[in-house]
Design a protein around this ligand. Sequence first.
Ligand code: ADP
Length: 491
Amino acid sequence: MDGLKIAFVTPESVPFAKTGGLADVSGALPKSLIGLGHTVWLFMPKYKLVSETLINLRPVDIGFAVGIGDKSFDGELYQWSDPESGLEVCFIGNDYFFDRGELYRNPKTGKDYKDNDKRFIFFCRAVIKACRELGWKPDVIHANDWQSALVPTYLKILPEDGLHFNKTHTVFTIHNMGYQGLFPAEEFPGLGVDEAHFYPEGPFEFWGDVNFMKSGVFFADRITTVSPTYAKEIQQSDEFGKGLQGVLKQRSENLSGILNGVDYDQWSPEHDNLIPSRYNINNLSGKKKNKLELLHKCGLPIRMEHPLIGMISRLDIQKGFDLLEEIMDEIMSLNVQFVLLGTGDEKYHDFFALVEKKYPDRFKAFLMFDNKLAHLIEAGCDMFLMPSHYEPCGLNQMYSLKYGTVPIVRKTGGLADSVIDFDEDNRKGTGFVFEKYHASELLAAIKRAVDLFPRKRIWYRIIKQGMRQDFSWDKSAQKYSDLYYRLTDER
Ligand code: ADP
């Protein structure tokens, strides 16, 4: 079968710019798709960070302008080729919109940029215009999250764009329903589409606001999300669908879940250059050395006989921090040590700073973003905690499995699809799973793990069952590839 031409559109991608799991996916999936014979061009904004760090950026000699309201904004295109994978990265430039300190929010105020709607209207229209200017006709445009959702939308409702793309199909992947791109209704004219499209049952209107994600769900040929369980959950209730459950249900036949993969080149203890001691399933001695190193870095006393629990996360209520708040004292009363790495909600910063003060020999919080430390935590901890309220896929539990760091997770979304609860009777399982979003259930799961930790034969069995799991991207990329071929065959 001939490979397809795929435009992968994303607001963030490793190694250029990252705020969360979407960047990991965007860094890995396109490369796996190339491995399957496709040609992939990745489109993303040229943020300040990109301009500052990337050498060999090639300006492309095309010009285009995007009208937003009564203003016109010039766009530039820069390309960069990955010599290893053959990935072509197309950076959409406009310094007014993208030459800023952070991706989505003002670092000074901690609040979202007020013109995020305009920034991503610009980005989406620019992607379309750049393809046209280059005379490049992708077979599939794969857009990700609300920041790219307007690409499938514009292709369906702006006829002049449609002409160039009459053989192009669209896939829209939702990485988190909690971020839909909501803006006040008075900003709607900026989209440049007919006001007639703005009505409650229509593609944009959402309780009086404009909703970018809703339009993607409306107009994309296929919708995917990042785990099979989350694909079901988001259609079932407001709790997961965040108000879009009805629209998602209407598109049920065209909606599916594909579990994210793991980039094992980056995240496996055998190849990890960011950790002090590498190890593998047959020789775990390096893991102990990493634990020592990590305890040292935390300034915690060395208590190898006590399990070290790790957590790496955005500090957001989604991730279950309200449960943790309730039972932190109980957890600290167990014979455990705990290291947390995260940034986000101010109230959790304050909370964890207090916990650290209260339990200086047991708890350490690194309230920052630090990729290298994230690797050390995965490698050095014994257990990893993800008590998420909802979790579209989650990556850290899959990293943890590979690093022999036993995950304790809530049974939701991708956590339910990747961690198997340990069953003492048949000794099968890869972690500890609890169902109800309840602090007592979380505590019970932690206690189960802590009680088993000294029983080394069983504990190593759990570790090894986890390390044998394979969530490599090859499998998931094949599923996306099948989806693209089904779409293009339907023509
Ligand atoms: P989400 O996308 O909801 O934030 P995921 O589990 O899908 O959650 O992905 C989060 C990614 O971001 C993981 O690669 C995780 O290691 C990383 N990460 C989150 N917070 C930090 C942090 N403070 N420092 C370093 N890496 C972090």
